[in-house]
Write a protein that binds this ligand. Structure first.
Ligand code: MG
Length: 271
């Protein structure tokens, strides 16, 4: 049965297809759309490789010394690894940035909760992404590893076992304040823990504090980055940062405004 009607239907279908192609070819076509935005050509960089920073990164620790930091006198460097012995602060100030850091909590497990492998990355000295040994270690979830401290837990717990190397790749957007010091734009952060997205463009509520609620207070556009010492000899290696200077948003503004004015109901799609 199927075979008998197959041929006439096939011919009919082919006819429709040819007809459609003819109509399509005959319809007047718009030229391709051009945005009109004159973008600068993105700079070519060497993206690096496994364990190697991109060529435009500022290396904060490459296994040799902590000369990029202040206050590292109590740290030890052994076999290319830096062992936390005090809170340290970068000499250079940063605003919007991408940070890569590899860390390992002590292999020998001591203490529980917040006392186990605690450290932290403080962007601008005020906004902490928690470092903690959260492998089978209970604590308040907005204080576990990769949390925005006391503001938001990570989506998942992507922890490796104590002593194993772990990575943080963090994209941080600094808050913006107006001339009067009023908050214009919250800080934002995206965190990948061991390659897994655990925070996605989170809008920070303010400074991350232990004893007081989060709040914003105006500060410069760029401030140094800190690594916290919380009594644990957390190990670090391969730390680098890239400044994210200018997204050229102003180049897109005229186009955004123009697109807003178009009444799409009268603009049918035409290839
Ligand atoms: Mg901490």
């Amino acid at each position: 049965m199927t075979r008998k009607i197959g041929l006439p239907l096939g011919l009919f279908g082919t006819g429709i297809l040819i007809g459609a192609l003819f109509l399509h070819a005959a319809a007047p076509q718009r030229p391709p759309w051009l945005s009109g935005v004159e973008w600068p050509v993105p700079k070519a960089i060497d993206p690096g490789g496994l364990g190697k920073p991109p060529s435009d990164a500022i290396v904060l620790f490459d296994g040799k010394d902590l000369s990029a930091w202040e206050g590292a006198e109590k740290w030890k460097i052994e076999d290319g690894v830096a062992i936390c012995g005090s809170s340290i602060t970068t000499k250079q100030a940063f605003g919007d940035c991408q940070l890569h850091v590899e860390w390992a909590s002590p292999a020998e497990v001591k203490g529980t909760g917040q006392q186990r492998g605690n450290s932290g990355i403080f962007f601008m000295g005020y906004y902490e992404i928690q470092i903690l040994d959260s492998y089978e270690n209970e604590t308040y979830v907005d204080g576990m590893v990769a949390s925005i401290y006391k503001q938001r837990p990570p989506f998942v717990n992507a922890s490796r076992k104590p002593g194993e190397w772990q990575t943080f790749d963090i994209i941080f957007k600094a808050p913006r304040f107006d001339e009067k010091g009023k908050l214009r734009e919250h800080a934002r952060v995206t965190v990948l823990h061991n390659g897994v997205v655990v925070q996605h463009n989170f809008e920070l509520l303010g400074r991350t504090n232990y004893r007081v609620p989060p709040y914003y207070e105006a500060h410069p556009d760029k401030l140094p980055l800190s690594i916290q010492y919380h009594g644990s000899p957390v190990r670090f290696r391969n730390i680098w940062i890239r400044e994210l200077e200018d997204d050229h948003e102003e180049l897109l503004t005229p186009l955004r405004n123009k697109l807003r004015e178009i009444d799409w109901a009268f603009q049918p799609y035409n290839g």
